[in-house]
Write a protein that binds this ligand. Structure first.
Ligand code: FES
Length: 117
């Protein structure tokens, strides 16, 4: 993915790997900064976007899990309100190269990154 493909604010999901457990993550661009998280809500481990790429609300100020409404800080992944308040999304190392390419370090499969209960 390239920064040219993202607005600001904007968010996009991505998959890495294949088979039964491809890794599902998402990238957030906000105020020219890039963040990446596993697409796993710490509440019930659902993907956050029931509608593809629908992560951001409030003009990009919040990430929302559409399952039960948990709200997360885009910069830290901390849940600010909802059923998992105080927990956080699994952050992924990421950067944007000078040519705009976004590089994310993600596990190969979801099986490798399930969060503790
Ligand atoms: S699964 Fe995300 S708030 Fe319940």
């Amino acid at each position: 993915m390239n920064t040219d493909e993202l607005g600001d604010p904007d968010a996009r999901s991505f998959l890495v790997g294949d088979g039964d457990w491809p890794f599902n993550g998402f990238i957030v661009r906000r105020q020219a900064k890039i963040f990446a998280y596993a697409n796993i809500c710490p509440h019930r481990r659902h993907p956050l976007d029931l509608e593809p790429h629908a992560f951001l609300i409030d003009n990009g100020n919040l990430i929302r899990c559409t399952s039960h409404g948990a709200l997360f800080c885009p910069e830290t992944g901390v849940c600010l309100s909802g059923p998992c308040a105080g927990h956080r999304l699994m952050a992924l190392s990421c950067r944007a190269d000078p040519d705009g390419s976004i590089r994310v370090s993600a596990p190969e499969t979801l099986r490798d990154c399930y969060l503790p209960e």
